[in-house]
Write a protein of this length. Structure first.
Length: 698
């Protein structure tokens, strides 16, 4: 048996009946993690074999084998971990063929130990015996090791290593967490910053040091019972929490005060996940408290992968618990929520990605798709396969551009992939677009909102004409303005923009994204002109009269006030107009904060007009003002109105609906839409946000 560029090849001497049984045995008894796309067999020249063996091969051609994502600790390893009689008792890196790191350790294919960051660990005799015994569950498990031969932990403070036993390093870390300190811990695909999730002082200290005032922190618990004390969990949500992917699941927060109030301020949800590596398990066993486990990075910068990275965050952490196995490919924690029994992804990474998607049309050329600029992912596509990378992140800084390039090159190198074409967004200022133009390869641009819809069509194999509803924060339109509230009819390889929101001005451009009140005031200027300055509502009073006067001039004379049809910005404006929030500190804050005010019993909608295929919301804005900052009323009617708009166009076009764009990360909106319209599709494997763009660019 050997791995070649197309997958596993097995040569056996037998008759046809035996091979049929063999194939059905493989299908039936395959290891839990094995995913078989196809099994086929042919007759070759006979050879004689003395035994069964796995032989090494060298990759020279483009690889087709799919790489497994990193998988959480399995039940058998978990049992051995806590069994004092087992030789891997308390070993923080216990793994087997069914669990452990994969993507994070791979340098190249085929997936053999010498092509991973385990290459420097020489197996001891006992491990080597397990590795070579076909009856052992560690047979050919590449990342195995033990206390004698595998990776080891290292605990340090800001200046020096703390010399002590492996077990004591974990015990000391637990104590530091209990004492209210912040510890950086190396996870599977990157570092976490960890503190006691029940300790107000520790959590607010972490917020302060990380300069992250509001964005929710994820909380890791030891087991499902602890999680159930913190949040409302239904059976589907529980299944995801306990799945081998172990994503962060966003859940309804229970109204007790177990968790610190600083975990997810102003929202009624909490993101929970269960420990997924043996190290987490050992640590959580020594703690009687859930922990904050948030990605270790500076806002907008890539996730820390090695000691040098985490050292740059020394003013955030007090201690650092790490180990001597390299992370080759970083991957953040995946995040999802469950809407109508289906996962709705916020981030697709550890456990899920790299994601292999089957293409129903065979490609003639290799395409590299570099995605958008925020929540970036990249994808390589060849023949019938697309491989989508885990979440890379926003590409705004020198470091993150470098990280994007490294991630793209790693994916290409692992697969020995050479693109014939590079597909990129139309936005000329995106770093990904600039990257594409620096390569010596033909490039092709794809409009952003079309790519949103197309990604769902590719993933779900939709080949008929659809009505794409592509709503997000921003994307470069064909006319050079910022789009984000688009209805597009997609047919074959083209699209037609049949309707969109009447554009409004973002006063101060980028400032308007951080300050929703600016968008609100702009909408008021559209209706009331200069008189809006005298209105007695929060959005206006948020500014001084002087500021308002200069904003008015900017609005009137088009100074640094680009036009946008973005529904994301409309959410911001409504959040401000109802008095909820006038400035934000993280993307999506308006939507996340608004959801809890939605009241299912309020079924009224606001008025709007559709004139020349533009949705004019002037009437809605006036009615919102009349509702006098009644948050529940305004927000509920606003969600209902958005649903009504989609339903309206749906009635007109009578086409299946495909949803794409970051706005559809709203569980309330997606639930309402699914209840109102049956013929509606949204991705179940990629996020509706810009993380899906690369697939649509194929
Ligand atoms: Zn295992
Ligand atoms: Zn060993
Ligand atoms: Fe987008």
């Amino acid at each position: 048996m050997y791995n070649d560029s197309y997958g596993v090849k097995i040569e056996i001497n037998c008759d046809y009946k035996t091979i049929e049984n063999f194939v059905s045995d493989i299908n039936r008894d395959k290891p839990p993690l094995a995913k078989i796309d196809k099994i086929s067999y042919i007759q070759v020249a006979p050879k004689s074999f003395a035994d069964f063996s796995i032989i090494k091969t060298k990759a020279t051609k483009q690889q087709h084998t799919k790489i497994s994502p990193d998988i959480s600790i399995c039940d058998e390893c978990q049992e051995e971990l806590t069994d004092p009689n087992n030789r891997r008792y308390g070993y923080a890196f216990i793994t087997c063929v069914s669990c452990g790191p994969r993507w994070s350790i791979i340098k190249s294919l085929p997936y053999d130990r010498e092509n991973t960051s385990f290459d420097k660990f020489v197996m001891c005799e006992k491990c080597a015996t397990e590795y070579t015994d076909p009856t052992d569950r560690r047979y050919h498990a590449q990342p195995i090791g033990c206390h004698d031969c595998g990776p080891v932990l290292n605990l340090r403070d800001k200046d020096k290593d703390i010399k002590t036993s492996q077990q004591d390093m974990i015990a000391q870390t637990a104590k530091q967490i209990k004492d209210g300190l912040i510890v950086a811990i190396k996870g599977v695909g990157g570092y976490h910053l960890v503190c006691d999730a029940t300790d107000d002082r520790a959590v607010s200290l972490l917020r302060q040091r990380k300069r992250r005032p509001h964005k929710p922190f994820a909380v890791m618990t030891r087991d499902i019972d602890t999680a159930k004390k913190l949040a409302h969990i239904d059976t589907k949500e529980q299944k995801w929490l306990q799945s081998s992917q172990r994503p962060i699941v966003v859940l309804g927060k229970k109204s007790n005060d177990i968790l610190s109030k600083h975990i997810a301020p102003d929202i009624d949800k909490v993101g929970l996940f269960l420990g997924y590596s043996p190290l987490h398990m050992l640590l959580l066993d020594m703690l009687d408290t859930p922990i904050v486990a948030t990605s270790a990075n500076i806002s907008g910068e890539p996730l820390c992968m090695n000691s040098a990275d985490i050292d740059e965050l020394k003013d955030i952490w007090d201690y650092c618990l790490e180990y001597n196995r390299d992370i080759i490919n970083s991957s953040d924690d995946s995040v999802l929520c469950v809407v109508k029994d289906k996962p709705l992804f916020y981030r697709v990474a550890r456990g899920f990605a790299p994601l292999a998607i089957k293409l129903h049309k065979k490609l003639e050329k290799n395409v590299l798709c570099v995605g958008a600029n925020q929540k970036s992912t990249v994808c390589i596509a060849f023949e019938n396969t697309a491989i989508v990378s885990p979440h890379i992140g926003d590409i705004d800084s020198v470091k993150s551009i470098k990280h994007f390039e490294t991630s793209t090159n790693n994916l290409k190198n692992i697969y020995n992939f050479k693109p014939d074409t590079i597909s990129t967004d139309k936005h000329p200022a995106y770093e990904t677009t600039k990257y594409a133009s620096r390569q010596n390869t033909k490039t092709k641009t794809v409009q952003h909102h079309y790519a949103h819809i197309k990604s769902v069509m590719i993933e779900q194999n939709i080949t008929t004409k659809v009505l794409g509803v592509s709503w997000d924060g921003t994307g470069y339109g064909d006319d050079g303005t910022l789009w984000g509230g688009e209805f597009i009819v997609c047919d074959g390889d083209d699209y037609d923009r049949i309707c969109s929101f009447k554009p409004f001005k973002l006063i101060g451009n980028h400032k308007a994204i951080k300050e929703p009140a600016r968008v609100a005031v702009s909408l008021l200027f559209d209706i009331y002109g200069r008189q809006a300055i005298d209105m007695d509502i929060g959005s206006v009073r948020h500014f001084s009269v002087q500021q308002l006067s200069s904003m008015y001039i900017m609005w009137q004379k088009d100074i640094n006030s680009p036009l946008s049809s973005s529904v994301g910005r409309l959410f911001d404006a409504v959040a401000s107009l109802c008095g909820l929030i006038h400035t934000i500190t993280y993307e999506g804050q308006s939507g996340a904060t608004m959801e809890q005010y939605f009241d299912i019993d309020i079924t009224e909608t606001y008025s709007y007009d559709i004139i020349d295929d533009k949705i004019d919301i002037s009437k809605m804005i006036k009615q919102i003002i009349d509702d006098k900052q009644n948050k529940t009323l305004i927000i509920s009617k606003f969600y209902r109105t958005l649903v009504d708009m989609i339903y309206n166009i749906y009635q007109r076009e009578r086409l299946p609906i495909v949803l794409g764009g970051g706005v559809f990360q709203s569980p309330v909106l997606v639930r309402l839409l699914k209840e109102k319209i049956t013929n509606i599709t949204i991705s179940n494997t990629l996020s509706p946000n810009d993380g899906a763009i690369c697939l649509g660019q194929i």
